[in-house]
Design a protein around this ligand. Sequence first.
Ligand code: ADP
Length: 471
Amino acid sequence: MRTLRARLTLLYVAVTGGMFLVFGVAVYGVVGVLLMNHVDRTLRHTAHVMMSQIRRDEFGDIIVPIPDDLVLAAGMAVQVWDRQGRLVVASHNLRGYTHPLSPQGLSVTQPTLHTEDLQGHPWRVLSEPIYVGERRVATLQVAMPLEAVYRAKQVVLLSVIAVALLAVLLAALVSYFSVQAALEPLTRVTAVADQITHADDLSRRIPVPQGAGDEVWTLVQAFNATLSRLEALFQAQRRFIADVGHELRTPLTVIKGNAQWMRRIGKLDWEALDSIEEEADRLSRLVDDLLLLERAEAGKLPLRWEIVDLGAVATDVLREMQVVAREKIDLKADIQPVIVCGDPDRLKQVLLNLVGNAIKYTPKGGTVWLEVQQKGQQAVIKVRDTGPGIPPEDLPHIFERFYRADKARSRGKGFGLGLSIAYWIVKHHSGHIEVVSQPGEGTTFTITLPVISEEGCILETKDEPQTLEAG
Ligand code: ADP
């Protein structure tokens, strides 16, 4: 009884059996009452006919004419007893039987029905007193055997039991196979889940037939979707570990190489120390970025909410970036004051990332624009450059962790985490970030953020943890 199939089958069988039990009891009862009513009516009718034919002879004695056996219906028997308890007359089929058909019926004052056991057989007896004027002179007893009635009831009972058994058997079969068919997808789910566990293969899916839409198939579809999500998560995790390992290797090699070099020459080398420091800084930047991303993706990015003038933030960024751009890049700006609600340090981090990238990837002599404007209820920030652009095949992945468009060119310049961080910060500010780029024609990043609402700074963060998808 452990399986769902067995339990459901048992339930169907119990319900069908219960229904037939109630139905059978009802049919059996109704048939019994109807047959008994019929017998009683026949007895009353016969008694009535006989009472109407009673006469008195010349001595004043009463004469009760007994109809012959052919007229009396279905083995009916008749007796007339006088007041002294003598049998006056009896029907032919009672010859030799000299006891009252119903002893208690001899004392009744009005027509009364009893069921009696006569020589081991059940009989229905109607006893009716016969009056002459006010005087009771005799008792008429009309009786009918109940065997036919009992037999009929028995046949009904047997038929009902037979039909009930058949129905229960049919219900068991039908429910067993229909439940089996309905649960078949679940069996497949179990099998696939087992295979996945044993083969460690998350790429397997349960095929869903076309047009299947019942609850079980909906569950299967949900299971497939969960598998896809898990597969993507595991792949992302694997990629992440590989990427982190890769990023760690270079700085560690450099640090180790420099340390060995100093050991070999037997004295401190300032250049080697600088290099070690630089790589250590790089490593701690990587760790900081990773921790920040982890918290952002888990929806736990700590943000300091306040009223921020994006114009002021952008001006700050511009000043800092002028130092980086120097003569290499012409850094231009069109900045208007736009008030938003957010964390000024994080928003500045986003702008530093975007402008920093633009300067980093644009060749000498190029131009980078930083624009901050308000359009309707949106603050729009654009970072545009005349750099090499991003190949179309890389664009959908540009906001993913560790993704670098031009691997050879980008290596050493960054970890491929800056845009992921920017994406999450903007997302946590209920904003949107997108990129438009043509190889050879430069790149434009556009960020839109809601401007501050009339109620003030009550902006909500959407704290749903999820992996980064193409922006
Ligand atoms: P990184 O630290 O490597 O710059 P990012 O996440 O900031 O990482 O950028 C991801 C990749 O996107 C970069 O490696 C680079 O290939 C590409 N990219 C970003 N900004 C630009 C840009 N302005 N022009 C060309 N390529 C860019």
